[in-house]
Design a protein. Sequence first.
Lengths: 363, 282
Amino acid sequence: MAESIVSLRNVTKTFAGGIKAVDDVSFDIAQNEFFALLGPSGCGKTTLLRMISGLETPTSGRIVIGGEDMALTPPNKRPTNMVFQSYAVFPHMTVADNVAYGLKVTGVPAEETRRRVGEALDMVKLTHLAARKPDQMSGGQRQRVALARALVKRPKVLLLDEPLSALDAKLRDEMRLELTRLQENVGITFIIVTHDQDEALSMASRIAVMDRGAVQQIATPSELYEQPASRFVADFIGKVNLINAEVVSSTAKKLVCDAKGLGKVELPHEGKAAGGTIAIAVRPEKLKISEAQPKAAKAIKAEGKVRDVAYYGDTSHVVVRCNDDLELSVNVQNDSRSGGSGVERGQKVWIHWAPEDTLVLTE
Amino acid sequence: MAETLKPGSGPLDYGNRWWLKILFVAIFVALYSPIFTLIAFSFNTDKRGVVWRGFTLDNYVKAWNNSALQEALINSLAIAFIATIIATIIGAMTALFLWRFRFPFKPAYEGVMALPIVIPEICMGVSLLLFFINTGMMEWSVGMPWPMNLINIIIAHVAFCFPFVAVVVRSRLVGFNRQLEEASKDLGASEWQTFWNVIVPFMMPGLVAGALLAFTLSLDDFVITFFTSGPETVTFPVKVYSLVRRGVSPEINAASTVLIVITVIATVIAMKLQAPQKSGEG
């Protein structure tokens, strides 16, 4: 990994009343990364971002940005800039004045300010609106102003607090693409806070999943999806069928467990031998559905009745009830025009999947 | 088939009920007919101002040439002007203080601060008079050159005007998006730069509205001014009062009309500026 631009060491934030918003968080973010802090609301991700920006001070721990300890540096002296959730575009200034603000207050010469403001507006394609006031603009345009205003300062790190949450679905997709492109063009480290897993998965190069103030896992999007470290991460990222299981025997390569409602299953397993209660998980799109009993000997199989079919155009989500303890969701690709999912409510079906598609979650 | 409602019988159709219309007109007449009469008679040619005899603008010319009235008007304007500036500054600072900080007994302080709004004017007048007499300011100010000889009245006016400014500015600040302040600091501005570049422009409509309110309150105040003015210092309302005691003349009508117009204009501007705006949401 390249040289780290932001490093957090045992950062903790306790608010008045003893609420721990961020609990002993340590990680490094490399130069040029598109890093996402992902978690449900109230998990401390925004507080963490605000501590990096200096708007909040950690109760304990160290924050180092670009090799310098930021403990005594106020927000206006930090090499970070933030795009706020409400955009916080100054309502009494024109777009150009908004973008120029950060340069003016720090005494950048007028000539240079003009040039850099021009470049920044160009970058977010707002040059034609430079003389407008923010109240004559749409949410998406205001967001671009906020972006230009932060980027014109040439920060080492750009912080984005839920940047897409206030936009409508179509604009969100557009902006998502644009943010990734922008990040590649300007070569600045982006840290984005979001509660939306799709946003994080599609944009970020690495994601830290947070829950109740602590980091649960830091990984690339595909690792996070295919190898979640815990039940929380598996459940939070994407859809998953979680089945509780008791370990029967376990070696370094193989694990046999008694899964609730499924019976004894044999799974490939790496790492430490496990014992006690675990969870096995399988993503809905890894499950296959068939009318006849599947032949593959090694597959994990279950018979059940279709309880629900939800049609989504490209896929159908089928819920199959196997027995009182087991209900599985299956995503079926609707790849032929005639059939849809090919199953109907109440129909008896078989479900099977490959043991290697099963995740073993010990935490 | 549902019954159709008769016009005016819907739950919110109050405006269509005949007795409400009559009540509306009656109230309007009671409130405004004296004022319109006063204005109308300011254009009357009759010397004693009782019977309508014809249209003229002479009364305005006469009122303008009345040196005593003129002096009183200049005093009033000077007092209103100076008191407004001071009251606006103190009021704005009070509002900022109450908005920004948490401290013990804050609700109590907020209540005490707003007290001059509800205290009977007569009580404030008496208390201020006693204050000025006991501190010797009553005698001291008499010998001062203009406009320092108005200092007592100015202080009194600031005392009852600044809570109005504070209340108006404070209600404006409630709508302030704190992220604007954070954004300013994040972009490299100091606390002081943030205050002048972001917070003050946001407060501006409230400041102007509060100032205009203070100006009109000060301009037409009678009770408190009556108590705190010295023998030599006469303001416009006090002068009008003393003239009226010697009988109503159309001149006074004309002068009062001017005062009404100034007050109404200032109030309308103040209300316009106080109207809810979207601009604060950023």
